[in-house]
Design a protein around this ligand. Structure first.
Ligand code: FE2
Length: 388
């Protein structure tokens, strides 16, 4: 089934997760998502095998690791590897954070010297990155950096070029052992040799372009397409006159540690409880934890008063402020404890957390699943209305 039933049981939630992960809309036998980090214009790619649920993430960004991890959880995918196409100079990788969250391996080229710390999947030309019944073939495509790789899906329908070949462009070659001569040969021999219909997915795009193809770039890439030869390409690349990358002084040292923070610690989303971020960007917390820590939080129920009389009941000592009155009554909410918002199914209370946070109540989160899940879990409720 594609949708949970009206009862919204936990079982249905599990089925829903599987259904989404196992129902590819465009790509047969592949779960595929292209994600974007606007601050660095970086593309992150998630590839999963729908039969086994195993997945690989390519070029995950540190600041987006909560988003990327939430997507894995919601699609019920098991991450086997976080792979970087190269050691980035313009953003910090989220590979170490993903390993902390999922136990996945960290993959990058073994060609970097000294080797990148924390890597337990060192890669080189000809290696395979297996996820379930599928795999990515590693092709060394140095030139932008000495360790750049292009990752090619085993059926050669898709290739992830990192910064070697961009859409109508190519990665700069003026730092990190870059060489325009080397990059020319990498693109011609390892990327343009792929089938013409092979889709090309770059590591960045600064103009909103998302995908190209081998045929398209061979014909229209202004740096290396058409009749351009090595001399033309090198002449172009050596006269780009690009500014020093803004983030390089921060990004490179962090990426030499696979994105592990300098203090070696996983940043916590919230100091007061195990809050997680959903792919929708909302902060939520598990009902079991809330039930065990009721004295430490303030429960804010945002349902309508008449709903209190219905069978689901309410959580003891919860404060009732209907969502449509919340903005006008924010001053009634005590600020000495973190606020957990609750409603019937966790939908209206999700919006309540947005209102709370915009009003400065940073320590707030949505009760996952609302009173429906609370009740299904058998957690204690009060049936009689208590003064709001
Ligand atoms: Fe790069």
């Amino acid at each position: 089934m594609l949708y949970g039933s009206a009862s919204g049981s936990q079982l249905d939630v599990v089925k829903l997760r599987h259904a989404i992960a196992w129902s590819p809309a465009i790509f047969a036998n592949l779960v595929f998502r292209q994600l974007f980090d606007a601050a660095s214009s970086t593309y992150t790619y998630l590839l999963g095998d729908p039969c086994t649920g195993q997945a690989v993430i390519i070029d995950t960004v540190f600041e987006q690791h909560l988003r990327d991890h939430a997507l894995l959880v919601e699609l019920d995918l098991k991450l086997v590897a976080a792979v970087d196409t190269h050691c980035h100079a313009d953003h910090v990788t989220g590979a170490w954070m993903m390993q902390q969250a999922t136990g996945c391996r960290i993959g990058i080229s073994r060609r970097y010297q000294p080797p990148i710390q924390g890597v337990d999947l060192p890669l080189d030309h000809g290696d395979r990155i297996t996820f379930g019944g599928r795999h990515l073939e590693v092709r060394a495509t140095p030139g932008h950096t000495g360790g750049c790789m292009t990752l090619v899906l085993e059926d050669r329908s898709m290739a992830f070029t990192g910064d070697a070949l961009l859409i109508r462009g190519a990665g700069r070659c003026d730092f990190q052992q870059g060489s325009a001569h080397t990059l020319y040969r990498s693109i011609i021999q390892q990327i343009f040799s792929l089938p013409e219909a092979c889709l090309l997915f770059p590591g960045h795009d600064y103009s909103g372009r998302t995908v190209s193809s081998v045929a398209e770039e061979r014909a229209h890439n202004p740096r290396i397409g058409g009749a351009a030869d090595e001399r033309d390409f090198v002449g172009f690349m050596e006269n780009l006159n690009l500014p020093h990358p803004k983030q390089i002084d921060v990004a490179l040292p962090a990426n030499l540690r696979s994105g592990q923070p300098a203090d070696g610690k996983v940043p916590r989303l919230a100091g007061w409880g195990p809050v997680r971020q959903t792919y929708a960007g909302l902060l939520e917390i598990e009902p079991e934890w809330v039930a065990e820590h009721l004295q430490q939080v303030h429960v804010l129920d945002v349902r309508q008063p008449q709903e209190m009389q219905e069978s689901l009941g309410r959580i003891a000592n919860s404060q009732l402020i209907p969502l449509n009155e919340l903005k006008a009554r924010l001053s009634e909410i005590p600020r000495d404890k973190p606020v957990v918002a609750v409603c019937h199914a966790g939908t209206r209370s999700g919006q309540a957390t947005v209102i709370l946070r915009s009003a400065g109540l940073e320590r707030s989160a949505n009760l996952r699943g609302g009173m429906l899940l609370w009740s299904q879990l058998g957690l204690p409720t009060q049936r009689r209305s208590v003064g709001a």
